[in-house]
Design a protein around this ligand. Structure first.
Ligand code: CO
Length: 137
């Protein structure tokens, strides 16, 4: 394939929710599937649930602890779209490419849900959406 035609797969779309159990039931109904992955991510003090949606997933994120990064989000914006994650083969290479193009990276690569290495791009660089890049393990 032409190198200039870069295609990134949507790995998951993440939704911030107040009650994880309720939200899991809602999205199990919508997607006609069962949640098979539920996990606490200590670094962010969140509990996440992944539901399969075709080749992608819906990630539901709820607070897990008083310092949870999702609490300010819920207070400010309420439940709703939290971030979109794209799969990359080489996190360092893609991060470097984007930084060179003027994007701002919010963090050094960390381990996210499922042990994937992730970085986030500054939402104001991405038309108001928090964008995650994730490299599968
Ligand atoms: Co995510």
């Amino acid at each position: 394939m032409d190198e200039s035609i870069r295609g990134m797969k949507v790995d998951h779309i993440a939704i911030a929710v107040r009650d994880l159990g309720t939200a899991i039931r809602t999205y199990e109904s919508i997607l006609g599937t069962e949640c098979r992955q539920r996990e606490v991510v200590e670094s962010e003090q969140v509990e996440t649930a992944f539901l399969k949606a075709g080749d992608s997933h819906v990630e539901l994120i709820a607070a897990f602890g008083p310092e949870s990064a999702v609490i300010p989000f819920l207070e400010k914006r309420g439940e709703g779209l939290h971030h979109i994650a794209f799969t990359v083969d080489d996190l360092e290479e893609e991060t470097q490419r984007l930084v060179t193009s003027g994007f701002h990276i919010l963090n050094e690569p960390v381990r996210g849900a499922g042990g994937k290495r992730i970085v986030f791009l500054r939402p104001s660089d991405c038309h108001g959406v928090l964008v995650e890049l994730c490299q599968p393990i």
